[in-house]
Design a protein around this ligand. Structure first.
Ligand SMILES: Cc1cc2nc3c(=O)[nH]c(=O)nc-3n(C[C@H](O)[C@H](O)[C@H](O)COP(=O)(O)OP(=O)(O)OC[C@H]3O[C@@H](n4cnc5c(N)ncnc54)[C@H](O)[C@@H]3O)c2cc1C
Ligand code: FES
Ligand code: FES
Length: 1349
């Protein structure tokens, strides 16, 4: 309950130079909510609410009481409590620049460099870069990477964003490939992608010389009023009281200490990065919050002869700077603890979080995964505590970390500062961490290690080893350390240490977080790294005594001092790359934009935050908010739903259940709202409608649902097969005589492939706003969807009103990737039911957790193969059976399995084939469409067969690929004719551009010399069929109006998902009407202007809609022809005026009756796809065999785009989908509990690629023109195909692992499961450490998570 304190004070801060004073501020409100709701500054986006994505980044400026300077820093607004901003200035994307007034160079450059696609992440990117430039107008590339490390983008693949940022960097002159300082244009022989000497090839996607310069004098100044406030700080305690929570901000240290006595249970809020997420997601509640933000004593830094004392209130970013400064000032031997801390501070979270999180908050939170606590503890840090009773010191040791009361703070105490002693000459400190990916990911395991030797010897005098991530708190191996005292630092000690550590740090098989064997292996692998590092140090330090007994052995192969770097973590390097495309014909009129790299139409608006997404629409009168109640059981009967308690809560207006649906409740198999039975955790049961989103969400927790569990409960593909639980009949294609062929071959291999699912992780979660009209049951629906017609139809049947009363509007979608084809209809229908029931507009915005829980994603796959081949590598017979985990209802699973089977042969001509596929029904949320639609999973099976054949033949996989690839005009397995010539060209160009063969040799050379790090290289070909397999889907319409001022309004049936379809459509209209694009506009996609549209999916959106726009424009031009002929020198405006006067219609509908697709599954024959996209990708990686981490060294992609409509957009699609594919195959891992609950529901638990995952060298080239007569101007749809090319990284990792296994003489077959996470890679690089760890009998424990593929 709120504390009965005095009245609320007035909160004063500035936003974008304007003063904000809030009288009755609610401490529970975050800056993000305040900006969006109170100030209507919707440029700052909500995407995760947990500090993990950067979409909500804004800049905060504060006067630093210690340095007396203004500090500008980026923060995640979703975690900033509004009350913490007293006296601060906030700058949002709107304050940086605007298309209405003046664009800021950051905004201009990100847009013009094609760094925006859907644009949802763009304001956050802009703000991160802007904050960087405020501090460093000419930053280094390293600083740029650091600044963007906390910002996720799901569309672009980051390369263009980085490229825009680099234009500000001091190193940015010349391309400086691979840090040689030489431009790639000058160094062809150095494996650098070459530019063709032909002048029809182009590598510039934007003109940098057009960018306006950065002028720091133009920036908003820190408000003088705030400066005055800071110079005469308010010493009074400020109190802000809300409905449930009171925020108290004392002005002096003494007041803080008194308050701590008065409210011992109240936490201190510093960065709120630990408290905030716990309050949001784990239901923690604190009625009183104490904010020491104004107390300068907590920010003091003191340097003494024996160490550093850092104020607990310093942010982690400040700590990083302080440590870096000390490292540069002090002798190396004194800074080893600081270096270890600095190493972790470079990868801990993103910049925004490091700017917010405090050292004190980090230490006191004692997260089991804390990166700093283990290092601080082994470094003998001391905590300086304060209370009214006076100061006290306690060691930051294992007792403190374990929360032992006697070693902890007393409730009335606070942490004032932390003393971190200098290290000594004979003391070595190191830090280790391994996470799912390098940056912005919580560690799986981390460690701090320290050893002190007796001077001049290798005798251990003191040893500290502390691990994080392996227990409920940080774990010290103090017993092992004690036992090793007095030992020499040699191999025998190493052996003994491993045994002791594994004994002492035991991790049960059921440990939360799973990955138990991996974690055990890391315990000893980290120690081994420490052992080697220290051994090397000892060798260089000690000339006096003989170094350890030989380090070299089979078990612990030594590394040469020159290769010491291989021990270290991979450095974060700045990606480079070249994008190559064909220049338009020199005769093409300048006005004709087709084929040119035109910027995304909304690019500038994305960058200024002026692009309106569904949830940015200003609130409508009487708008209510809806939140969903979902099942907590996987398969159960619903006994009762009791909403009574929820209905009593303030602000709650109604609860919507299945009984409120006037029409049909979905289909028999797929209900909108569950009635009697639930089929998965996350199934929607009912919905609460309330005045605010917060009230609606809180009320969902008070709805009481009683269940009776039902059998069977099936989650895994294996169980589904056992129970015969399938969603649809088997799909099968066969050619040749497979059984006979198996009789004739030299060898046969059988194997299994597992491919995990994938979450769409579109940055904009599912959103819809339904506005009921007063007349004729009309409804206006604003929805984030790829298929508004489907939303419209579903709402119509749900409400039982004709389709013509419902209008769906889609302005733009913040990423879809297939996830917004089917599901938005459900949310639209539910919101519509709420709107009809209450008679008021309903807004439904899924939070990230619910979105991930409810909506399903890519189908996990289990594939079995049997492949027969000759010793030459020629495959004669291939039998593949695939099972996908479809979840609880059919959705798109049957189509996915059909597409998967149709596309499974990929680029290979194998005479005898049998492909079978089934969609399993399980008690999981239904999986659905996802970019590539089965192809990325299925083809991984085919390519894995190739790798297996290569291994058996002793040949490199690329030879097997080449040998079996289609070579001449041929027919696919389903007898569709095609010409593989562009495929072969892509393959050859890719081999050539990547200098594949010479690099293969270099990789082998490297591998010979390095035992603990291995490189791998792989090249994969691709034949990807675009389009839907049904004729009715190949149609589109457009509506083009010309107004009397000559302006043109184009509308078509495609939706803008970030893929630039609107830009392309205006390029088409511009060519057809021979009119500059500046005359044209696209407002939105609406079911009222173009009816009965097809989902924007299957890569053909621009193809079919482009033809419809073309048709409409041609009709109009034909009508205008006589007028133009009469007055050929006239202006467009004159012709239009004349046409109007002559009563010529200036509006036309265009229609495209597309490709006839058919597939006869009985006969196994058809013509299901209009055309193929071909491509090839080569990737090289380096793997750390001790941790499983990998670095992407280089990727080269060659893609056949035919005549690209817009090379910037098409290259963007290729890069974005490649990186998304790379995520699928390497880091994106979903975890389910044994009860079928999805654990991975936020960016903390589910890792999509970040900026540091982009290959160091990333080259994309579009194959010089081939032709495809079927599409608009012979262009090709490239939306999905690049996904699969991400598998080149997967196979390169596999190649590196194979090299490691060969060197270790491991002959057993192996397949790395997808995703090739550090866990899987580490465990596949079998060695002494993986063998020594204890293994549990799976029957003896319940695992934390279950594999569902
Ligand atoms: C997206 C994200 C990613 C992250 N990634 C990592 C990572 O990779 N590695 C890692 O180690 N951590 C990570 N973290 C955790 C982060 O380091 C901690 O949340 C942060 O350091 C806590 O500091 P804070 O100032 O925000 O604490 P707050 O949330 O403000 O407070 C936390 C607790 O500390 C107490 N407290 C704070 N200061 C004092 C004081 N002076 N005296 C007494 N008690 C005090 C409070 O009472 C409260 O209980 C991540 C967090 C987020 C949100
Ligand atoms: S919404 Fe704030 S970081 Fe994701
Ligand atoms: S453009 Fe970055 S998320 Fe879409």
């Amino acid at each position: 309950m709120p504390c009965p304190l005095t009245e609320s004070d007035e909160l004063v801060f500035f936003v974008n130079g304007k003063k904000v004073t809030e009288k009755n501020v609610d401490p529970e409100v975050t800056l993000l909510a305040f900006l969006r709701k109170n100030l209507c500054l919707t440029g700052t986006k909500y995407a995760c609410g947990r500090g993990g994505c950067g979409a909500c980044t804004v800049m905060v400026s504060k006067h630093d009481p210690v340095s007396k300077k203004i500090r500008h820093f980026s923060v995640a607004a979703c975690l900033v409590p509004i009350c913490s901003l007293y006296g601060a200035a906030v700058t949002t994307v709107e304050g940086v620049g605007s298309i209405k007034t003046r664009l800021h160079p950051v905004q201009e450059r990100i847009a013009k460099s094609h760094g925006t696609q859907c644009g949802f992440c763009t304001p956050g990117m802009v703000m991160s870069m802007y904050a960087l430039l405020r501090n460093h107008p000419q930053p280094s590339e390293g600083q740029l990477m650091e600044a963007l490390g906390g910002n996720l983008c799901r569309c672009t693949g980051y390369r263009p964003i980085l490229q825009s940022g680099r234009t500000f960097c001091k190193e940015a002159d010349g391309c400086q490939q691979q840090g040689t300082g030489q431009c790639c244009l000058d160094q062809r022989e150095n494996n650098c992608p070459s530019l063709s000497s032909k002048n029809d090839i182009c590598t510039e996607l934007f003109a940098e010389e057009e960018f306006q310069p950065l002028d720091p004098t133009q920036e908003l100044i820190f408000p003088p009023e705030l400066l005055r406030m800071a110079e005469n700080p308010e010493k009074r305690t400020l109190t802000f009281s809300g409905e449930r929570v009171t925020w108290i901000s004392p002005g002096t240290l003494q007041d803080l200490l008194e308050l701590k006595v008065k409210h011992p249970e109240a936490p201190l809020v510093l960065g709120n990065t630990s408290l905030g997420p716990a309050m949001k997601s784990r239901g923690h509640f604190h009625p009183i919050l104490l904010s020491p933000g104004r107390i300068s004593e907590l920010k003091m830094v003191t340097k003494t002869s024996d160490g550093l004392t850092i104020g607990a209130g310093c942010s982690l970013a400040q700590v990083k700077d302080i440590l870096a400064e000390s490292i540069s000032e002090l002798p190396e031997e004194k800074t080893r603890t600081y270096q270890a801390l600095l190493k972790h501070l470079q990868s801990l979270a993103g910049q925004q979080i490091r700017n917010m999180a405090s050292l004190g908050g980090h230490i006191i939170s004692r997260h089991c995964y804390s990166d700093l606590n283990p290092v601080l503890a082994v470094g003998n840090a001391i905590l300086n505590l304060l209370s009214e009773g006076g100061p006290r010191q306690i060691p930051l040791n294992d007792h403190f970390l374990a929360g032992v009361v006697s070693a902890d703070l007393k409730p009335e105490e606070i942490l004032e500062s932390v003393f971190i002693p200098h290290s000594q000459k004979w003391e070595f400190v190191a830090a280790f961490r391994q996470a799912q990916c390098q940056q912005n990911a919580l560690p799986d395991v981390n460690a701090g290690m320290r050893v002190l030797f007796t001077e001049g010897t290798d005798t251990i005098e003191d040893l500290g080893i502390i691990y994080g991530g392996v227990g409920v708190s940080t774990v010290s191996a103090h017993k092992s350390c004690r036992q090793l005292l007095g030992r020499h630092w040699n191999e025998r000690m190493m052996d003994e240490a491993c045994r002791l550590l594994l004994d002492e740090v035991s991790l049960p098989g059921s440990a939360p977080g799973g990955k138990v064997e991996f974690k055990r292996t890391l315990l000893v692998s980290f120690f081994f790294k420490f052992y080697l590092e220290v051994s090397q140090e000892l060798k260089t330090q000690v000339k006096l005594f003989s170094v350890p007994v030989s380090l070299h052995s089979r078990r612990y192969p030594e590394i040469a001092p020159s290769s010491l770097s291989t021990l270290r973590d991979f450095p974060g390097t700045i990606p480079e790359g070249v994008q190559t495309y064909q220049r338009v014909d020199s005769h093409q009129p300048l006005q004709d934009p087709v084929g040119r790299p035109i910027m995304h139409l909304s690019g500038l608006k994305h960058a200024t935050g002026e692009a309106i997404f569904c949830d940015d629409i200003p609130r409508v009168d009487k708008e209510l908010f809806m939140a969903l109640v979902t099942s907590t059981r996987a398969h159960a009967k619903i006994i009762s739903i009791d909403p009574s308690e929820a209905l009593q809560l303030p602000g709650v207006v109604d609860v919507v259940t299945a009984e409120d649906i006037p029409g049909t409740n979905g289909t028999d198999d797929d209900k909108l709202l569950a009635i009697d039975e639930v089929l998965c955790v996350g199934q929607i049961i009912c919905a609460v409608v309330a005045d605010t989103d917060v009230q609606a969400k809180r009320a969902t927790e008070k709805i009481k649902i009683t269940y009776e569990d039902l059998e069977p409960v099936i989650f895994t593909i294996e169980d589904a097969i056992k129970h015969g639980s399938f969603l649809c009949p088997e799909k099968k294609l066969e050619q040749g005589n497979i059984e006979e062929a198996f009789e004739m071959v030299d060898q046969i291999v059988e194997g299994e492939v597992h491919v995990g699912g994938q979450e769409h992780f579109y940055m904009e979660t599912q959103r819809v706003l339904v506005i009921p009209k007063t007349e004729d049951k009309e409804l206006e629906i604003y929805v984030s969807t790829q298929d508004p017609a489907h939303v419209q139809k579903t709402v119509s049947s749900t409400l039982n009103i004709p389709i013509n009363r419902i209008t769906c509007h889609v302005k733009r979608v913040g990423g879809g990737f297939g996830g917004k084809v089917g599901r938005p209809a459900v949310f639209g229908a539910l919101a519509a039911v709420g709107a009809i029931k209450t008679g008021r507009p309903i807004c439904l915005v899924l939070d990230r957790e619910d979105d991930m829980l409810i909506t399903g994603g890519r189908h996990p796959l289990f594939g079995k193969y049997k492949v027969g081949f000759m010793n030459s590598g020629r495959i004669k017979a291939l039998d593949i059976k695939c099972y996908i985990n479809g979840g609880c209802v059919l959705d798109d699973s049957e189509l996915v399995i059909e597409f998967l089977i149709l596309k499974l042969e990929n680029a290979y001509k194998i005479r005898n084939l049998r492909f079978r596929g089934r969609a399993c029904m399980t008690n999981l949320p239904s999986n659905t469409a996802f970019r590539g639609f089965g192809f990325p999973q299925g083809t991984l099976v085919t390519e894995s067969c190739i790798t297996a054949v290569a291994a058996k033949c002793g040949l490199p996989p690329e030879k097997i690929r080449e040998k079996n690839m289609y070579k001449t005009v041929d027919k696919t397995i389903y007898k569709q004719a095609f010409n593989p010539e562009p495929l072969i060209r892509c393959w050859n160009e890719c081999l050539d551009k990547s200098s594949f063969h010479s690099r293969r040799m270099q990789v082998e050379e490297f591998n010979k010399k390095n035992y603990w790090k291995k490189k791998g290289i792989a090249i994969v070909p691709m034949k990807f069929s675009v389009g839907f397999g049904a004729t009715s889907y190949h149609q589109a319409a457009a509506l083009v109006h010309i107004y009397t001022d000559g302006s043109v309004l184009v509308t078509h049936g495609g939706n803008e998902l970030g893929q630039g379809i609107h830009t392309k459509m205006l390029q088409v209209a511009s060519r057809e009407l021979k009119l500059p694009m500046s005359y044209m506009h696209i407002c939105e996609t609406s079911t009222a202007t173009v009816p009965n549209t097809i989902a924007t999916a299957a890569s053909i959106g621009a193809d079919v809609n482009g033809r419809a726009v073309q048709n409409a424009c041609q009709i109009l031009l034909k009508r205008l022809e006589p007028i133009i002929k009469k007055n050929p020198e006239g202006r467009w405006e004159d012709w239009i005026q004349a046409a109007f006067e002559q009563r010529i219609s200036l509006s036309a509908t265009g229609y495209f009756r597309g490709y006839k697709a058919f597939m006869d599954w009985e006969k196994g024959e058809g013509d299901p796809f209009p055309y193929y996209v071909y491509g090839a990708a080569c990737s090289e990686v380096e793997v750390d065999c001790l941790t499983g981490a990998h670095k992407k060294i280089r990727t080269d992609i060659v893609m056949d785009a035919c005549c690209s409509l817009n090379p910037a957009i098409d290259i963007g699609q290729i890069e974005g989908s490649f990186i998304q594919g790379m995520g699928l195959y390497t880091t994106e891992e979903l975890h389910y509990s044994p009860e079928g609950v999805l654990y991975s529901r936020s960016p903390d638990e589910y890792k999509i690629p970040t900026i540091t995952d982009v290959p160091e060298q990333f080259n994309v080239s579009l194959l010089p023109s081939s032709q495809t007569p079927l599409t608009i101007y012979s262009s090709k749809g490239l939306g999905e195909s690049g996904m699969f090319l991400g598998s080149s990284v997967f196979f390169a990792i596999g190649d590196a692992v194979a090299a490691a296994r060969r060197q270790r003489d491991i002959t057993a077959d192996f397949t790395v499961k997808s995703p090739a996470t550090p866990e899987r890679v580490r465990m596949a690089c079998t060695d002494w450490f993986t063998e020594m760890i204890p293994r549990d009998d799976p029957k003896t424990f319940k695992p934390w998570s279950i594999p569902i593929a």
